[in-house]
Design a protein around this ligand. Structure first.
Ligand SMILES: Nc1ncnc2c1ncn2[C@@H]1O[C@H](COP(=O)(O)OP(=O)(O)OP(=O)(O)O)[C@@H](O)[C@H]1O
Length: 309
């Protein structure tokens, strides 16, 4: 099984602990979103997994092996990190051909990934003439070159236009469907919600969550129901009698807190109350993420009170 594993992984830069005893496993067949505030340690972790930096202690492995021990690594792991900027005076095609040659990958595969990344028509242009989004597509093409079972992408949507964002979303979903292990860091919560099945969240180098995305949201954001009726006072009375807290907006739409659509629908039906609208208000990943990171910030930034003698 080609999982990514970190075991008690720690990285210190001087007195700053960027990654702090981190243990997690990223499994194949799903997209794992890698989240955390600025400076939480995401890029450092990815660099440690890719052998670009040495851990202070602990291990990071891909398929049970350290990246540095892999022969022809592009066939095992495809990665996009900001730092991997190709040489600007090369054409995109030459850049990929050089990478392919070093990993015994045929030139035909270069044209395939250029096509897949939407760069076929500009493949003979020098990379320095590329826009940020085009460079990003080239980085993703390079990550796919070796048809690897493991793909690590740091902020892949960076600089992409709306069409590019849809492309990357569909690509990530397909890679997971094909049974690959896909780890994607992002600051864009709506984006992450559109492609991730699972989340790993870091805060100050530590693991804050390692959980399916649905569970992550449901554990942190209260379920609500939106409802509209021809008889507001009757609805209010009904909800109050059953212990629900609800509020009405200017357009006569009610929001029922901590409620499920099945329960409110049944209550209204049993009471013979006509409904014009009934819908579940799903919590968003952004709400859940902010809830978690705010709690973490509060916990970690509260200074110890000096004890009065
Ligand atoms: N080469 C380095 N030398 C010294 N400190 C570093 C180095 N790389 C990272 N750090 C520090 O390690 C911590 C984690 O940084 P890292 O870039 O891994 O976070 P991140 O979660 O990727 O942040 P962002 O979301 O801003 O990209 C930060 O405090 C950062 O300043």
């Amino acid at each position: 099984m080609t999982s990514i594993d970190t075991q008690d992984l720690t990285k210190e830069y001087g007195s700053n602990r960027a990654v702090d005893h981190l243990t997690f496993r990223v499994l194949p067949g799903r997209v794992t979103g890698f989240l955390g505030p600025n400076g939480a340690g995401k890029s450092t972790t990815l660099r440690l997994v890719l052998g670009l930096d040495r851990p202070t202690s602990g291990t990071a492995t891909v398929g049970g092996r350290a990246y540095a021990t892999l022969d022809e690594p592009l066939r095992h792991v495809g990665a996009l990190l900001d730092a991997q900027a190709p040489h600007g005076s090369r054409t995109a095609r030459d850049h990929l051909r050089a990478l392919a040659a070093g990993n015994r990958i045929g030139a035909g595969r270069v044209d395939e990934v250029l096509e897949e990344a939407g760069l076929a028509s500009v493949a003979r242009r020098r990379v320095k003439t590329y826009s940020l989004g085009m460079r990003q597509r080239l980085g993703i093409a390079a990550a796919l070159l070796g048809d690897p079972p493991v793909v690590l992408l740091d902020e892949p949507s960076n600089g992409l236009d709306p069409e590019g964002i849809i492309w990357i979303r569909e690509l990530l979903r397909r890679l997971a469907r094909e049974g690959r292990t896909v780890l994607v860091s992002s600051h864009l919560m709506n984006e992450t919600a559109s492609f991730a099945d699972h989340l790993i969240v870091l805060g100050r180098g530590r693991l804050l969550a390692d959980t399916p995305m649905r569970d992550f949201i449901h554990a942190r954001v209260e379920p609500r129901v939106r409802v509209r009726t021809t008889d507001g006072p009757a609805l209010r009375g009904l909800l109050t009698r059953h212990g629900y807290e609800a509020s009405e907006d200017d357009e006569g739409r009610w929001t029922v807190h901590h409620a499920r659509v099945e329960d409110i629908g049944r209550l209204a039906s049993d009471a013979g109350l006509p409904l014009l609208e009934l819908s579940a208000e799903e919590g968003t990943l952004e709400q859940a993420y902010l809830d978690l990171t705010a709690a973490e910030a509060e916990f970690t930034s509260t200074p110890a009170q000096p004890q009065e003698a």
